[in-house]
Design a protein around this ligand. Sequence first.
Ligand code: PLP
Length: 485
Amino acid sequence: MAVEPLSADMPSEEFRRAGHEVVDWIADFLADPRRYPVCPPFPPGDLAGRLPSSAPDHGEPIEQILDDFRSLVAPHCAVWNHPRFFSYFSVSSSGPGILAEMLIATLNMNGMLWKSSPAVTELEQVTMKWLRQWLGLPESFFGMIHDTASTSTMHAILAARAMADPAARVEGAANDFVLYTSEQAHSSVEKGALAIGVGQRNVRKICVDEAFRMRPEALHDAIRQDRAAGKRPFCVVATVGTTSTTSIDPVPEIANICEQEDLWLHVDGAYGGHAALVPEHRQALEGVDRAHSFVINPHKWLFTPIDLSAFYIRRPDVLKNALTLVPEYLRTAEDPRVVNYMDYGVPLGRRFRALKLWFVMRYFGRERIAAIIRNHIQMARTLASRIEADGRFELCAPTPMSLVCFRLKGSDELNRLLLDELNGTGQAFFSHTVLNGRFVLRWAIGNIHTTQADIDETWRLVRELAAPRLNPVPDSVTRGKSRNS
Ligand code: PLP
């Protein structure tokens, strides 16, 4: 059979044409993301129902695929990169990060070993060092990139257990090792413990104070009680910027306890760690220099496309001893100058994520990044005072960062309805949490495109939608009026 002289891939001229079209679509989106609804109005299954039930036997023209992307897929997206996406933690995929993603996909490298692509490893080392310097963390922190904070934290817990119980690698996990975190910690902490066999029964959720921060004395009591009962405490996970409220656990006091009790301290700064990039908010990371490990997600508040989680660990040797496993086909010559990241984590294959962080850090520089984060925090604080000043609403937590937790005074049902109506407008997207047993709306500010006008207009929308709940004017009348005004 004759061998085709040309690549089986898309011809380069066709790629160029379609590529320009895609870049134009991206540039148009970035120029005015507000043209798109934040939240799709469709019921579950709507998109899947519009697509063929099986893949084509024969290729289709790229124009048709792009058309379907624009007309079918895009309208079903909840647009996380939208200035009025205030849900969960509001994140950004910035221009330089998007460009880097295109290059990452083009080169398609796998940085499992230094040798498998030196640039992947070395740029990861460089960006992790730069970020560590920006955050004021100690030089002794070894940095590596994971997909998510969930993966980073799981590795921290694994290292903590390996430190306390080196035999676990060979013998398997003992069932009396206990981990401590706060009742406000992200679920990824408990999930990481589950994943490595700590057992849900051995995860203690320490109570918090009135500002949702872990109570150090309750932590210490729990550790003492466990020791008295013959258990083996091994790890504490503190959070800088909890998910529900962005509360900051008292890391220095927690570090004292960990040092006294000889426990591994991991700090989850997935979102909140970025506040320390702003000089006047540097204290957010106070005490983190004493932690054994730390995670921060540039894909949350450092304008880097999902996914990129930066994991720092003071004792990479412990992680390596716990996880390294090198089959013959991956063996390379020993060289002390070389880091093979696959030795320090569960995944073998590793994307070239560092490139996008490198683009973002270089393009914006520390000062501009600090200015954007500072502005997000300022917008949140101004918003919080407006909410507080409006007697119909109440603030439900302090605002140390750029998240505002609030509710309409009234029942949970009322607040649930308000949330549904807000999200149903497609003009903004909010999420919720429960604090002190009450349903609370979360207004997370963090997208690079968000302006004061976005906040002002959305606040107007919130008040308009709330109005019918507080006075007996029929819904339809009030809403009709407000939408047109
Ligand atoms: N930690 C905190 C404080 C978070 O808020 C989140 C997610 O929002 C996570 C960890 C988990 O992040 P990821 O999705 O990267 O696993």
